[in-house]
Design a protein around this ligand. Sequence first.
Ligand code: NAD
Length: 387
Amino acid sequence: MERVNLDGKEIKPLTICLISGGGFVGSHLCEKLMADTSHKAIVVDISSEKINHLLDHSSPWRDRIEFHKIKIKNDSNSLLETLIKASDLTINLSAICTPYMSRPLARIKSYFLDAILNFPVVKYCTESNKRLIHFSTCGVYENTERSFLPEYQVIRKDVCTFSFGMEQEPNLLKEDASPSICDPIGKHRWSYACAKQMMERLIYAEDAEHGLDFTIVIPFNWIGPEMDFIPGVDRLTGGVPRVLACFSNNLLRGEPLKVDCEKSQRSFCYIKDAIEAILLMIENPERANGQIFDVGNPDNEVTVKQFAEMMIEVYAKVGGKSAPGSSTIDVSSEILYGEGYDDIDQRIPDMTIISKQLGWKPTTSLQDLLEITLSYQHQTYSQSIKK
Ligand code: NAD
């Protein structure tokens, strides 16, 4: 049956180059592209572990997906150029996402090198007149205005006139209005956000001068099955994963959940809801080009401590019994992630632009997404952890 986009136009099959498409977001996007569309995927990554089931010869989609094991570095540019030029659309998902702060110099170099390595991607897209969907991070907003207000003004639904004289929730992060407020250099966690922000500015300038067709995606805490890794099971070493995998690891091992910033609030979005938004961007270029989209779920906002407590409760349900010793303990961020780590109090995505342009709204509650995710974690890992 013919598929049509939001404007009733027929959706033609596209060839999509997914740079670093073998990770958490990339693997869910590949699954969606294979199962629900007739687009073709050219995936570039260091590892294909999370998409091997799609690449398998018995997979019904085997002829629509190909994998190129490439570590993106300076000498891989010519191959990247060929792949980008052979595609209708490039989606750039590359980044080192784990928040671990050891070896700060190496990490800062890698963030900026990653950013620099992304420069040619932008250039090849412009030169060949190809669309680019680029993944940024909600970290680009860095600190919120609220963190600079006196304590007594910090009320969840309070309004302030701090932001360009407009009345708004001080922690609502708007793509076209919120400032980026950077912390001092000693907090080198922010080098990741600075590198991502530089890329956004480069892409914006490339459009202004050379007419690049771009869309920038700002993910706000997308979570779900296959996110990151369980230390000691998926990888023998490799630092600390993001919060969902950290807490899952604690639950699977019957350890207390280590909470570093109990008052920080986050809006968690189910990965499959977020992937629906990306598909809308892919198939509605006229509505998505030139836009920056916050993609998150403001209805799923909890403190990190509440998130940990919900995970304990849900794991008891899906795992059949509560993990012995499941509780939370407070640990400093520096102990958990290393010196130089820093984080913000609250991040709320503003949904105005994405709902106006694409009519997208996330639908999965935090309770439901945790049930799905922790069932997956339990089924996938509990036996190996026991061994
Ligand atoms: P991920 O870590 O699961 O995926 C990143 C992928 O990049 C991995 O598969 C990794 O192998 C690959 N990669 C890293 N260095 C590479 C290199 N030199 N050459 C080739 N491949 C390389 O992360 P994710 O959650 O899938 O994130 C995807 C994008 O979304 C990233 O740009 C990230 O910054 C952004 N993002 C995601 C979230 C979220 O909530 N998941 C939040 C903010 C930003």
